[in-house]
Design a protein around this ligand. Structure first.
Ligand code: 5GP
Length: 193
């Protein structure tokens, strides 16, 4: 997605060997015009699959996921990272190792929001080693629902996430695919959409 790649080049900051900071338009401050376009591109990619729910993980997956859900006209559910006393009924959980925070946390979704009739699209802001998406797939499988695809805003293709997900039979669509960070500059592979 050219608009997204241009924005990453303009406003993204490379931290260390393998982290991209995009807090001015995606992970902290959010550009709703860019999110609107992202929502449209993902919705077009997945519109023929009969998606009934969009699922993401808090916090920074929520913005893109909500715009995709709006375009597909289905609910968006975000997995919670912290147990909440209001979550009293059945919850589905998975352990997820966070690449950026370097801690494992239990993420959860209330079972009442997913059923075996659901066809789910997973959306997330980044794909690194695939642990967040793998945890969401685990939860969706526990509900007996089907995972129809994974949509990623920014994939770091030099990490293992994509192959992990594809080897488990899930189709991945990424709007920007970063090949590497070399001498402080950023190189892209051809994106999926
Ligand atoms: P994974 O689970 O695929 O290893 O990592 C994906 C999750 O880690 C995303 O939900 C995202 O929040 C975070 N993440 C991974 N890499 C980056 C990065 O380079 N920059 C930012 N801002 N977040 C990242």
């Amino acid at each position: 997605m050219k608009l997204l790649e241009d924005r990453i080049l303009k406003d993204g900051n490379i931290l260390g060997d393998n982290i991209l900071k995009v807090d001015s338009f995606l992970t902290h401050q959010v550009d709703f015009k860019l999110m609107t376009e992202i929502g449209k591109v993902f919705a077009k990619t997945f519109e023929s699959l009969g998606i009934t729910k969009v699922v993401t993980i808090e916090a920074s997956g929520i913005a893109p996921a909500l715009y995709v859900a709006q375009e597909l006209d289905v609910p968006m559910i975000f997995a919670k990272k912290h147990k909440n006393i209001t979550m009293t009924e059945g919850i589905l959980t998975a352990e997820v190792y966070s690449f950026t925070k370097q801690v494992t946390s239990t993420v959860s979704i209330a079972s009442k929001f997913l059923s075996q009739n659901d066809k789910v699209l997973i959306i997330d802001d980044f794909l690194a080693n695939g642990q967040a998406a793998k945890g969401l797939i685990d939860i969706i499988n526990q509900a007996g629902a089907s995972v129809e695809g994974v949509g990623i805003v920014i994939e770091k293709s030099f990490q293992d996430g994509r192959s992990l997900l594809e080897n488990s039979g899930v189709k991945v669509t990424s709007l920007a695919r970063i090949k590497n960070f070399e001498n402080g500059s950023l190189n892209f592979l051809e994106a999926d959409a």
